[in-house]
Structure formats: structure tokens, C-alpha cells
Unconditional design. Sequence first.
Lengths: 430, 561, 259
Amino acid sequence: MIIEDVLCPFCGCLCDDIKVEVEGGRVVGVKRACRLGSSKILGHERIGAPMVRRDGKLFETTYDDAYDRAARILKGAKRPLLYGWCSTVCETAKKGILLAEEVGGVIDSTATVCHGPSIIGIEEKGLSGSTLGQVKNRADLIVFWGANPAEAHPRHTMRYSSNSKGMFTPEGRGGRKVIVVDVRKTRTAKNADKFILIRPGTDYEVISALRMIVKGKGDLIPETVAGVDKADLEEAAGMMKAAKFGSILFGLGMTHSRGRYKNVDNALSLVADLNGFTKFVVMAMRGHYNVAGFGQVCAWETGYPMAVDLSRGAPYFNPGETAACDLLGRREADAMMVVAADPASNFPRATVEAMAEIPVIQVDPFPNPTTFLADVVIPTAVCGIEAEGTAYRMDGLSLRMKKVVDSGLPTDEEVVENILDRVRRLADDN
Amino acid sequence: MIIEGGIVYDPINGVLGEEMDVSIEDGRVVEESQDGEKIDARGMLVMPGGVDAHAHIAGAKVNTGRIMRPEDGRRGTEARTKLLRPSTGYTVPNCYAIGYRYARLGYTTAFEAATPILEARHTHEELEEIPIVDKGALTLFGNNWEVLECVRDGDLDKLAAFLAWGLRASRGYGVKVVNPGGGEAWGYGGNVKGIDDPVPNFDVTAREIIRYLMRANEALRLPHSVHLHTNNLGKPGNYETTLATLRAVEDIASSRDRQVLHVTHMQFSAYGGTGWRDFESKAPEIADYFNRHEQFTMDMGQLIFGSATTMTADAPLEYGNARLLKAKWSNHDIELEESSGVVPLVYGRKNPINAIQWAIGLELALLTEDPWQMIMTTDHPNGGPFVNYPEVVALLMSRAKREEELATLHDLASKRSSLPSIEREMDWNDIAIVTRAGPARILGLAEKGHLGVGADGDVSIYDINPEKVDPSKEHEEVKAALAGAKYAIKGGEVVVRDGEVVAVPQGRTYWVDASVPEDAAARVKADLVEKFAKYYSIQMSNYMVQDAYVTRPRVIGAGVI
Amino acid sequence: MRKVIIKPLREFQVPVEAERISPDVFAPLSIEEIRRLEIWEGNRKVTLSDLFMISGDDEPAPPGDNEIFLYGDFSRVKRIGEKMTSGTVVVKGDVGMHAGNGMSGGEILVEGSADDWLGREMRGGKITVSGDAGEYVGAGYRGESCGMRGGEILVKGSVGDYLGEHLCGGTITVGGDAGDFPGIANRGGVIVIGGNAHLPGAEMASGTITVRGRARVLPSFQRLETVEIDGIPFDKFLGDLVDGGKGELFAASVEDGGR
């Protein structure tokens, strides 16, 4: 049986045209998804059963036991960190936030190592954006800055950007210009009309120079800016101003190089400046398929999109102080729950070492390096394949993920709810 | 329950300050109830629960406001309690704060002013999180490609079928139109300059869009009329566009016992002058028109000094605001459908423009003779947050308060408006109309806004005695009493007592399911299949809002029989 | 002078939020009442005496006459001196984040180093740090257009990134290096950096930044002339021109490749 229009639970593209072939209650084939999405949908090694660590080794246990232990760990902690949330649905996040409120913890998402800086940039300047369909239908200039969709978002250029065809863009790639700005010539750069190589850590200066040129003050800037020829920047600025509808799509190259949120901040300003001349939008190329969703849920529930400290009962937001890497980097957290993320793989080393010193609860379908640090491991159904729920695409569009097969496993949401229930019972006992 | 001895204002049923009991059973008002809770409301003001017909409380642009304004988040922060989730925010409160704060004001119904169809799922996710109040959302149609094409082709039947489909797809309640045509022009950074300025690439004008949408709205006999945010909103001299718009639709008849068009936050559309230098109020002209044309209604869009967050589907307006004020600016264009912008700002008493704007909202309300044509709003949070509604009520009821306020403002408020000369003071009957009875009628909510038998058991009781307190002089008391209801009752359950939330039931979400002839529906579907295949960035089967997002629906039927 | 002495009873791992440690809060209270003040250790609400040993003069006194001495490691104790209007706080060790948040008067002396957000949104008064300070010294809160509006901060050592972000008034002096983006988005105020700085004054609208060491300067700053300050030549720049800013940047030496 072929199930149509399935949403891919991998990256921020949230492609919703996937065909999944199901036979005998199992996924046997996937069409249209890229290799990243296919791999996830076809499935790979799973955590078999709940586990608990004793004397350094993981032993199987029951779900009930795992819930109890997890609840005790969280309830007993003075600064529990509830982290992850990017590869699960919004419904899980809602329960997670409630759990964080009740245990007086800090809740944060993988944006902390991804587009958290973009959010901080938005807090300074706002963001002039659109849905991806606007880019498809109207954009005649695409700028990828510090982003390499050829590797990280494989179907993006075809579905939404460089190679897509829309109402006012019937020629597709032929009717567009593509500029790539990066610190090395990536696969995406090889398909660009113009490639600007910049030195690592100099995005901010280059953007300032572009803004000066865009605003007609190019005379005042030097002949080279951070190693980039002014002529190159003038050409790029010219292409931007000549576009009918330009778009800048930026990735971790901007958010994680020196300058961090200030790079994004300046890019947002550049786009605002460009809107004085032509239509321009900007978008963050979100990594995981629902990190944007967590941000949305967290914002409407607490007022802030990430890094929310609930230890005193009222939400407090201050990335740099309340983000996951902050807590771990300073060794403040005395317990951690990881839901649908793999910090051991993505975090800076010092923070991973901090994780090793505290009790860690992992809620995930798949074993990964975080499992090596976990003291309680709780396997769950894979959202988007074995469980339904809501996810938000990188442009903020929400869609409903489908369930195509049964797993017999609890969902992330159910697990978090069960832990919450045990936490409440522990509180009542007191 | 029985609410005993209160001084009741129920204008829909002709009750104007009578001492009487109100009985509720099974969530509805009944003739008489013997059992249940007794609430002693003697010496207190009793009205139906408040109905907010226009506020931006749920959806993508509201959340954008929250995300871009952590500095707003930290205002209005309240820690969680055993019963309540934490609250944050002043102009862009979190969902829980929205529900709790409405309830404390004695409001029991609130409608989200504008949702795009493509992002309606998000709107409903937020509405589901707002506790206590009953709610609904108005669906945006004025820049939608299918709408523009139906208008261009003069196909009224197909347009009506599309409206029905769009309301179902978005689980929306009514037809919202914002800067028609301009939102589409903004797709390439443009706008329309008036109702006869053609929309690029579609060869239709705002005049045509509005007329067709109104006719289709009436063909479907929808409970609410078209709800319009005019073109040229916010621009000096725009009152001419407003009047031209109204004149353009004078001939259209309503299909139900209600207005044929509701113009929203009229304050922003009642401007004279040619620029900011000679900016002035044209509220008298607008009010005069409404006084001679009973088929139109409006809401105030009153300014509140202090922090505000403007958020609207009028994206070009927001871009203009941001450039003028050098403020942070968020914009979000939605493929094939709409666009929107969010800009935080501060309204200052000594800012001459803001002072005049403040006067205009009040002028409109006071110069429009029939209170049934007027709803009190601040276009939350564009004019100011809804927690300030008691301030607006006090201003409407007290000339002395208006004079006190004017004295603190830039003097252009007095010179460029007629406010100083207005003597009228609204009474409790008027207030009950402009905050409850009127909006319920205007929206077409038959069981809201009144306390007749069969009405929803939504009641607000304020600790102020209308027979003893003179609102004209004791406006401080009026404001204080309305800021925290003595009791707020929702569906027969006490949700607020002494200004504190004591229960958090889940409200219901209204939406309209309109029926249309099969052939028109099929033609719409064919168009949509093509649009999804070629232009949308998602699949048609993933588009519509699913049941999971509206867990307590209240579906109102409509349509061609 | 009314002296109050506070010493931690143990080492803290989970941070302590102690905005109650302030001359204004202590002023009307006896030592016993001070001991019962509510503070937080992570998500646990406790009293000051649960975590600290408190001694000193029992008699209440006006805030301006209160001197609070903190002995020991306060590096994980946040919000000390928050919103104080007068009086003195002396930290004989390191101090945690948000020391002197929103203060409008009085003095804080830190003999060790200070953590991030020192003097956040300060309005007046004086903070002196003998050691180093962290990021966001004299900065604002996220999303606000103005941070520090008045007062004086002196850090004898070095500071981290985003020194004086959104500065609107007041003076910040750093003896050593500043990190990235000192004086970013400033609309007034004076910043003096004894050592080096990376891209100072980005988005600056007005104000003055002096870098006595080496600065990497943005392409959107315009070099005007050379001026002498204390007998040393400085390059004077106008910026940040990207938004028509009229801030002044003085740099004793400019990094190659920066311009």
C-alpha cells in the first residue's frame, strides 16, 4: 500500500509530498524523499526497551520503572534542564513545557546550537520574511549565505528556491540568479552565478560593507573588506538591487562563526535596507524538522521561544544565561532530560563532559552518542512515521505529520506525560 | 445558579438598569432556577459577559510579536499558581495571560481578527491554549489569488463557493478583508493607492474585490458581514478612501438582520490633512456618514498611550511605520494569500500625531449617535492592549476625564479634533451595547451579549452601583471596578471572583460551515487542484485544518440552501 | 556605618539568586530579619541564613549608611545589589551574574572578577571590579533599545564580548582588552578600553569609544584625522555610517586587514 503526501521528519524543509510504501505493517519503500529523509523513514537501529544504568552499564527495565526513575531524578533536582524537542512534534513540546514548569527547570531546544543566534538577531531587528512558496513563485535572486542546501537541505532548491518554478518564475533556474557566500566553495557554490569567498569570522564586516554600498555610501569603504574585493561586493549589491524579488537564506555558517547573532542581526538589517529599493526577504535554514515548532509553542506558552528558565515559577529568558549550553558549560544543571535530540554529538566538548557528571534521561526512538551518557533510556515511536502530530517548517508554516505504521511504542508525548504524572504524585506525597 | 438582586443591563432584551435576578442552569440562562449557587449581586452592576469582536490574540503574527519582543515578555510577568500557568507580556501576552486577563475584565468571548487560511492551523493551536473565553477567528480573503481571479472573471457563484471552502479549510467564522489588493501588490513591494487602483498582475481593483466579497458573503447568508480594514489605512487624508469605499457599497443589501459591512478600527481610517504637518481628525465626517447609513457598523481602534505592538495584514503599512519610526520590523508574506507585518512602537502623549489619533477614536464613538453601530476596541495590540478597556470605558462615560487627559496631551489633540467640544457621555446602557450586545449582534452570535432565556450563561458582575456612582464624576471608580470583575461567570461557572481567576474551563471555538451547490464547489476544487499543483509549496491534502486542532467546536451553519 | 557581613556556608553549584542582598532591602531590617529574607537556589526557595552566615550591626539604618561585605566565593550568586539606590556592597572575591542590575546609586566594589551582565541597565552609582568581567558589561536586556543609562563601571582587568551593548549613557572603563563588538548599538555614553577591541561601535548612533590598544575597525567607519589624547596619537573615526551614526571612535592602532 502506498501512502501519499506523507511529511518527511528530517529537516526544516518538511517536504510533504513523500510517498511511503507500507507492507505488513512495515515501511518497505520511500519515494521522493532525499537520502537523508529516506534513511530516517526506512528506519534504522532502534532502542529496544527502556533501560537503566547501574554500575556503568545499561540494563533493560519496564516503562513504569523508567518513568518512576525519571520523575525522581527531575523532582530531586534543583536545576533540571529539559532539552531537545527538535525531532518530535509540537504536542510533545507542550507537555515538556508543562513538565519544566512543574519541576522548576530550564527548557531549551536545539536552536541553542543552531539558529538560536538568529532568534536573538530577530529580537533586535525583526525579520522580513515570507513562506517558501513566495520564494518559489516570485524570487529571481537567491542568496545562500553560510548555507549549503546541496548537503543539508537536499530538496530545497528544487522545491522552494533556486530550481523551483512558480507563477512568476516559469523559467525556474534559468530565470534566476544565485549568489553563494561562504568560507569554502561548497557543492551549492558550484551551482551559483556568483560565489564570494569570505574569511571565517568576517561575515559582519562584509555585510556592513554591502549595506554601505546598497545605501550609496560605497565610496567610504576601503578597496578590500576582510579580504574581499570591493568590486565583488559592488557586483553583488548591484544584483541584489536589480532583483524584482530577492531572498537571503542563511545557515549555520552565519550563526556559528565569530559574531554569532550579530551576523544575523546585520543580515536582517541588510534585508530591511534592501526593501527600500526592491522586494527582499530573508529566512533561516532551520536544521531539524521541528525546531521551529518548538520555538512557536514555547513562545505562545511562555512568551519566549527558547532558553526559558522556570525555576522561580515565572518564565525568565536570557540566552547566554538560560540556554542549555550555558547551564552545562557552567556546570549548573544537576539533572538533564533529553527528548528527541542528540546533544552528545552536537554540543561543545566541555558541555558533553558536564552531561557525563549528572543524571541524564533520554527519550528517543534511536540510540545515539547521548545514549552512552544516559542513566535512564526510554524508547518511543518515531513521529511522522509511527505517531501523528504538528510540525512547523522553516518558514513558520505548520503542518500535520502522519502516522503510517504502528509501533506499539509510546509516543514522546505519552512518555513526557507519564513522567509528569509521576512527578505530580511525588509532589502530592510530600 | 441565581445571581440575585443585581442592577442588570441587557439592552438586547430591553433591560436598562433594572434590579432583577438572573438564573442559569446547564450553562444557559433560564427563567428561574431554584437550586445551585446563589450570588448576591445587590448594589452591583450586572451585564452579559463582554464580547471582543476584534483583537489580535492568536496566530503567526501574534507569535512573531512575542518572539521579537522579549522586552515585552518581561512586563506583566506573573508566576504560576496551583491553578494558573505563568503569565508574561503586556502588548503580546502569552496564551494563558490572554484568557486570564479577559476573564478578569469580565469578557467571556474574544475573536481573533485575522487568520490567513494557509496558517490557520497555527491560529487554532493558539486559540486552543487560551483558557476560559469562547473564541473564533475571521479568515482573510482580500488578497487571495482565487478570490482575485473570481472577481476578475465576475464569477460570483464560484467566489461564494470558495468562501465556503476557505472558511472550512481555516475553520474560520467570517470574511476578513485587509487592504484588499494591496496585500497582493506587496508581494513585489508595492501597494494600492485607493479603491480604484488596479492590482498588478490581476487587473482588479479594491472596489471590485470588496463588492464581490460582500455580495458573496450575503449570498451565503453568513452570520457576520464582511469585516473590512480599509485601503490607505494610517495615511493622512485617508478618510476620503473610507467614504469612497462605503459609498461604493451602499447599494448592497444584507441577507440577515444585521449590518452589511463592518469597518474595523475606524480611528486609523478617519484621517484628514495631506501629510503629517496638517494631520487632523475627520471623525465628524465619518460619524456623520454612519449616522445617515444604518447598514454600516464600525469599531473604534482606540489608542492607549504607552507601549503597543502593531500587527496587521496590512504589510505595506507596517513597513512604512518601521521606516518612519526606525523600529524593528517583521514581515511575513504568505504565498497566494496575504501578507502581514509587526512593528513595536510607543504612543506618546506629547507626540502631536498620537495625541490627535487618541482623540479620533473617542470622537468616532461619541459622535456616532446609535451605539448599536459602534464597538469599543483598541484593535489589540495595535492601539493598545485590551487590559486597558476600562480606561476607554471611563473616557466614554466622563467628559471630565477626557478634559483631564487632554490637558496632558500635545495641544494639537484639542486643535485638530472636535473632542473638546463633545459633551456626550455614554451611560451604562450605551456601554453594555458597545462592549457586549452590539458586538454579539454584529458578529451574529445569537446566544451571546444578552441575558434572555436561552442565552449562554456568561455574566459579568462589577462592584459598582450604577444607581449611586456617577460615572461622569467618579470615573476612577468606574475604571477600577471594570478592571477586576467581582464575578465573571462563563457558561454558568464562576471563573473570576474578586478579580481573581478561580476556574479555567476550556471555551469553545466558533466556525462557520457554509453549504454551496455541488457544481460551484467542483469548479472551485478544480481551480485549487491546479493552484496546489503549480504554485503552493505544499500538497492540497495537507492544507486544511484538521479536527485535532479544534477540540471544542461550535459550528454555525450557513450557505445556499 | 551599618555593617552587614555575609559568608557562604558552602560552595554553590546551582546558582543562587540573591537580589535581596542590597542596601535598600537591608536598610529597615534587623540582622534576624535579614537572615529570614527569601532567596532562591535553583528552584528551591530558601532563606538567606540557609545558605549564608550573616553577622553585623543589628540596628536598621538608611540605605546610604548600609555597607554589605561579602566574603568568599560569590561567583554563582546572581543579582547582588540589584536596583540599589545608595549604600555600599563590597565583594571580597568573585561575584556572579547581574551584579548591580538596574542600580541607580551607591557603590559596588568587587575585589575578584565579575560574571556576565555586570551593571545591566544601570542608571547611576558606581561599580569597580579589580579583576576581569564577563560578557555584556553595562548592557541591556534582550530586545530593549537602551541598556545602561547612567553611572560608572570600572573594570581593571579585561572584559568579554558585547561590552556596553545598547549603551545610552554613563561611562565604562576597561583596563585590559574588550572582546567582540564593544559599544555595539550605542546611543550615547563613554567607553574607554585599555587594551584591544574587535569591531567596536558597530551600529553606533552616538557616544564615544576609545581603544588604547589595537582595534579592528569596521568598513563602515570613516577615518577623519589623527588626534592626541594624553600625548598619544589616536586615529579618529566617525561611525557607524551604515545607519548614519555620529559616534566617535578613537583607536591608538588599527588592525591590518581590518581596513
